[in-house]
Write a protein that binds this ligand. Structure first.
Ligand code: GH3
Ligand code: MG
Length: 620
């Protein structure tokens, strides 16, 4: 819950704080509803508003913030009465704009301490009925901090979900968060607390926690809202980390009332979308340039190492490190991932700390499970750059580049270099020239542009469409389907135990499995209307336009069965694999893309839970 910037100064003549007369406030409904917008940037719309309550001191006309109201109510044992009065006020104000905005959501706070009494009474259900608001438009926000027992929370969430409400866990990521509670309640929405969002662009740890919460939410079919987003930098990071929706002063402050037209519009959405694209383009270019620099440095080092026998590795590494300020440390592995040199740190040793958790590895350490070794062997890559991670040698953020080479003893080795940070890496001079076209080769501009356009919307590995395409096309397809009143079905498919395919046969074989899955799927969908996109790692989205529930189930089953029967020849092996499918169909009802995807994802999750190699559709 956001409390905004309201301040109240109810003091007596000596300057002492006076408690509000809570009985009077409840009895006379001296309450006012404010609303703050919640925005989906990818869908370019305001999906709803959170209702926030303020009290009014009728004598002074001063505003009383919610915390103060609830404190006073608790002292008088009137929490339940105040909670109900607040909700009445908020729902009534919302109902005035609801009539012409029937697809918008109202996020409604419920004081967790009244959960127990709310389960049996159905009071909230009667409240929304009284104001003729559909429960499907209401998201009940329960503050994580205040919930005392898991059982009451689950009972409440289950009961209200059955009535058609959605449930959000509020303040997730604040000091008392419980991950097990999220898994237990399986909320529809997770609202991430302002403490995790504040300055997230400068905090690698916050980014890590935020990303994990998003990943977990995606798995359980919940959407993530980042609360308390105040700046453009924070908003861009949230989008980069996969946050689904944004709330906070960046988009709008809570407003006392809104009219029907402006209630759900916001000028900043388009601008943020553009800024985000610019940011991602820059990031991509920076990363590519950074990797080029790293490769140039590593190649240079390898040139000296190919002529060095293994007994002299340590000395040679010392020489290399001393000439490169950006390097933190370097070490050499044999082809099994076992360290054969010492870990040579930069002269200042600034970064190399030694304690029980963070220490530099020594000769004999097994690195075969590390992200800088694995791709070189599994995918037979010659070199690899990791994403930034916390180094065990230094405890600070680093990037490792690994390069395989053969030395004069004709043995294979892998050189690993840890680089200090982005800035240091960016300072390395880039010596390799930009690629140029050879003499006599005229680049065909049209075909380059076509290829680039294609690359913008296609997944380069599988030739299915990519995430960007999903965002644009699904919106259009769903819009047309609901407008023209024809059904639209989606299938979410995920390869079963795909990690073990990678583990058994290597990443390149895994890639072939992904390609094969797309090839098979294309055989069972219509070329001109239906489409297939890569939704994430081994997850695919198939969209069937003008196809009902029965057709969706049939198509999914056909693909599933064809996949099951396939033995993919790869090198000396026949790889067999299966996939699970979740379908969902919208017919004669309005649904957002996010809701549609989340419903199909729930079915996919059920298919996985029920043993995999299975299709699960709607169950009425
Ligand atoms: P489950 O049946 O529960 O889906 O098990 P799973 O092992 O398939 O689990 P999950 O879907 O979470 O794993 C996806 C794996 O796909 C993780 C990742 O290493 C791998 N992966 C993601 N992208 C690629 C890719 O482009 N190529 C290859 N070879 N593997 C990928
Ligand atoms: Mg999988």
């Amino acid at each position: 819950m956001q409390t905004g910037t309201v301040c109240a100064h109810m003091t007596d003549k000596d300057g002492k704080m006076i408690a509000p007369d809570i009985r009077d406030i409840i009895k006379n409904r001296n309450l006012v509803a404010n609303f703050q917008q919640i925005v989906s940037v990818s869908r370019k719309l305001v999906i709803g508003v959170e209702g926030l309550i303020r009290g009014i001191d009728v004598q002074t006309n001063e505003i009383i913030p919610p915390l103060k109201l609830f404190d006073a109510a608790q002292r008088e044992n009137l929490t339940l009465e105040l909670d109900r009065a607040c909700r009445d006020t908020v729902i009534e104000a919302f109902s005035k704009v609801y009539e012409s905005n029937r697809e918008k959501l109202l996020f409604l706070n419920l004081d967790a301490s009244v959960l127990q009494s709310s389960v049996g009474s159905d009071y909230l259900l009667h409240q929304v009925r009284q104001f003729r608001v559909n429960p499907g438009n209401i998201v009940i926000e329960i503050s994580e901090k205040k919930v005392e027992g898991n059982a009451a929370l689950k009972k409440f969430a289950d009961a209200y979900r059955r009535y058609g409400f959605m449930v959000a866990l509020d303040d997730v990521g604040s000091e008392s968060s419980n991950i097990d509670r999220i898994l237990l309640v399986k909320p529809d929405i997770i609202k991430i607390d302002i403490s995790l969002v504040k300055n997230i662009q400068n905090d690698f740890y916050k980014q890590g926690v935020f990303k994990s919460l998003v990943n977990m939410s995606n798995r359980i079919g919940a959407l993530v809202i980042a609360e308390g987003t105040e700046t453009e930098e924070e908003a861009i990071q949230i989008l980069r980390l996969g946050g689904h929706m944004i709330q906070g002063f960046f988009f709008s402050e809570p407003k006392q009332f809104f009219d029907k037209k402006t209630a759900f519009t916001n000028d900043k959405i388009d601008m943020l979308g553009k800024r985000f694209n610019e940011y991602m383009n820059l990031l991509f270019i920076e990363e590519r340039n950074r990797n080029k620099r790293l490769y140039a440095v590593a190649n240079h080092a390898v040139k000296s190492l190919v002529n060095t026998e293994s007994w002299a590795f340590d000395d040679m590494l010392r020489g290399i490190i001393s000439k490169n300020e950006a390097m933190e440390c370097a070490y050499i592995l044999d082809s099994n991932g076992i360290q054969v040199s010492d870990t040579i740190c930069s002269a200042d040793k600034a970064g190399c700390q030694e304690n029980l958790i963070f220490y530099s590895a020594r000769v004999g350490t097994d690195h075969s499970m590390e992200k800088y070794y694995y791709p070189l062997v599994s995918a037979r890559a010659k070199k690899h750059v990791t994403q930034p991670y916390i180094s065990l040698a230094t405890g600070s953020l680093c990037i490792t580049i690994s390069t395989s080479y053969i030395n004069i003893e004709n043995k294979s080795f892998i050189l690993c270099i840890d680089f200090k940070s982005y800035n240091a890496v960016n300072d390395i001079e880039l010596k390799s020239p930009m690629p140029t076209y050879g003499e006599g080769i005229k680049p065909d501009i049209i075909s380059i542009i076509n290829r680039m356009n294609e690359a913008m919307i296609k997944d380069s590995l599988t030739d299915a469409f990519n995430r960007r395409y999903i965002e644009e096309r699904l919106l259009a397809d769903v819009f047309h389907a609901t407008n023209d009143e024809h059904p639209i079905s989606i299938i979410l498919a995920d390869i079963d135990r795909f990690k073990s395919v990678n583990d058994h046969y290597g990443h390149l074989a895994g890639d072939e499995v992904l390609k094969e899955f797309v090839r098979i799927s294309k055989l069972y969908v219509r070329k001109n209307t239906d489409w297939i996109a890569r939704y994430g790692g081994d997850e695919f989205l198939i969209v069937l336009v003008n196809a009902d529930e029965r057709v969706a189930g049939m198509v999914a089953e056909k693909i599933r069965s064809a996949v099951e029967k396939t033995a993919l020849r790869y090198e000396e092996s026949d790889i067999c694999f299966t996939a699970s499918f979740g379908t969902y169909t919208v017919q004669s009802k309005k649904m957002t893309c996010d809701q549609l995807l989340s419903q199909a994802d729930k079915n996919l999750y059920t298919a996985k839970k029920e043993g995999r190699n299975k299709t699960v559709g709607m169950r009425h």
